[in-house]
Design a protein around this ligand. Structure first.
Ligand code: ASP
Ligand code: MG
Length: 439
């Protein structure tokens, strides 16, 4: 068996959906299970619509127009999604009456993009004589925790999905992105969450491979907008891919790798616009593992929080107190660097940061520096690549960029460097040149 996941851009219009049909047809002998995102732009329209509805302006016309145009171009009847649009219309009006939008209702609305797209894709497949059935993942048992907007699966999700998908007639066409909590409330797995659904379904069925069909030919050695001669990366290990996904290399949703790792399922990133391109395969390390750098990623908008305690030296429990404050306010920490008297952490989602700072100030001196970028050099077993750190820091020094913090974890999959935001591109280019340049 095989999971084929198609992202929003791969389902954007008739032409793209034609490609999807031929790709599914070409793999019928491998028993594909299809996972779909919403058509490009629909989730955004739904989210905007929900916000406007809660502000007193319930208006479904943009969503309705987009869905209808697509269905008409596919020669399908708009009736196919009429029930969904009707429910959405009621929800928008309900939101307008209540005048408020909870994370729970936002997820309920957002889910409709996928609910409708799977119906269209399954219908197109059937029209082209490929038996297919649309499957709503929440109804098929994709049970998650109750974290609206960023849910993750509960253990029973896998057995539920395996049981219900095995019963489906023809090719199952499953909604990405959505699930439900134990009380039956609809949840979503976070933006781009359909990638995550693909590996969840893959793990549930124990498939041979998960294909993520997107609009780029896999992962590159750096962001091509920054580095002109960035090259495709043929293979990545799970650890490398997780690091990369995390650093804004927007190719896959960060949690996607977890379910694949648990069963050692290869995840292949492929391009619907260029289906024969090799793409990138993410899988366990093959054969002898040579130390190597696979890519450079970076993330802007980083805050550096510096926490100083005159008496940290030898004080047990100080770190626990520090991280407890971050936990209390649900702020995730990226890089951590410590000395005897201070701890520096970098944070990218800063919504809870003021609360953290207030708590930390009860027992330490805190400064927050904004406008930093985190640059990560990623590669399995980089530790054995002798002189690597030297080359990296020489290159940054020669570019005359100050290093604000560094971290090099024990697994050495990732060397992280914090620099001023305005130097991000300079640093990425300089590092790409020394690590991947022809010289
Ligand atoms: N439709 C959702 C989004 O736009 C999920 C996905 O596309 O993977 O974020
Ligand atoms: Mg995506």
């Amino acid at each position: 068996m095989l999971v084929m996941k198609f992202g929003g851009t791969s389902l954007a219009d008739r032409e793209r959906i034609d490609t999807v049909v031929s790709l599914v047809r070409s793999r019928l002998d491998r028993k594909p299970v299809v996972v779909c995102s919403a058509h490009a732009g629909v989730t955004d329209l739904l989210l905007q619509g929900a916000h406007r509805a809660a502000a007193g302006e319930p208006d479904l016309s943009a969503v309705r127009r987009r869905e209808h145009e697509l269905l008409v171009s596919l020669k399908l009847s708009p009736k196919l999604v009429e029930d969904d649009l009707e429910r959405l219309d009621q929800m928008f009006r309900g939101l307008a009456l209540l005048g408020e939008l909870t994370p729970r209702s936002l997820d309920q609305v957002a889910a409709f993009g996928e609910r409708m797209s799977v119906k269209a894709v399954a219908a197109v497949l059937r029209k082209r004589r490929i038996p297919a059935t649309a499957v709503q993942a929440d109804e098929a048992g994709l049970v998650t925790n109750g974290r609206f907007g960023r849910a993750s699966p509960r253990p029973e999700a896998y057995t539920n999905l395996a049981r219900s998908l095995r019963k489906v007639k023809g090719v199952p066409v499953v909604t990405g992105f959505i699930g439900c909590d134990r009380d039956g409330n609809v949840t979503t797995l976070g933006r781009s969450g359909s990638d995550y659904t693909a590996t969840i379904v893959g793990r549930a069925l124990g498939v041979a491979e998960v294909e993520i069909w997107t609009d780029v030919s896999g992962v590159l050695t750096a962001d091509p907008r920054t580095v002109k001669d960035a090259r495709p990366v043929e293979q990545l290990t799970y650890a490398e891919a997780s690091e990369l996904a995390y650093y804004g290399a927007k190719v896959i949703h960060p949690a996607t790798i977890q379910p694949a790792v648990e069963k050692g399922i290869p995840v292949r990133i492929l391009n619907t616009l260029d289906p024969t391109a090799q793409g990138t395969v993410i899988r366990p390390p093959q054969g002898r593992r040579r130390p190597r750098v696979t890519s450079i990623a970076s993330k802007r908008g980083i805050h550096l929080v510096n926490i100083v305690s005159g008496r940290m030296l030898g004080q047990s429990g100080f770190m626990a107190k520090v991280f407890d404050a971050f936990k209390r306010h649900d702020v995730a920490v990226d890089l951590i660097a410590t000395s005897e008297v201070s701890v520096t952490v970098s944070v990218d989602d800063t919504s809870g940061l003021p609360g953290v700072v207030q708590d930390l100030e009860a027992f330490s001196k805190v400064t927050v520096k904004e406008g930093a970028a985190l640059v990560a050099v990623i590669g399995e077993r980089m530790k054995q690549a002798s002189g690597l750190a030297g080359r990296v820091f020489t290159a940054i020094g020669e570019a005359k960029v100050p290093v604000l913090a560094i971290s090099y974890g024990a697994t050495k999959t990732n060397l992280q460097i914090v620099v001023p935001e305005e130097s991000e591109k300079t640093v990425v280019r300089a590092l790409h040149e020394v690590l991947f340049g022809d010289g």
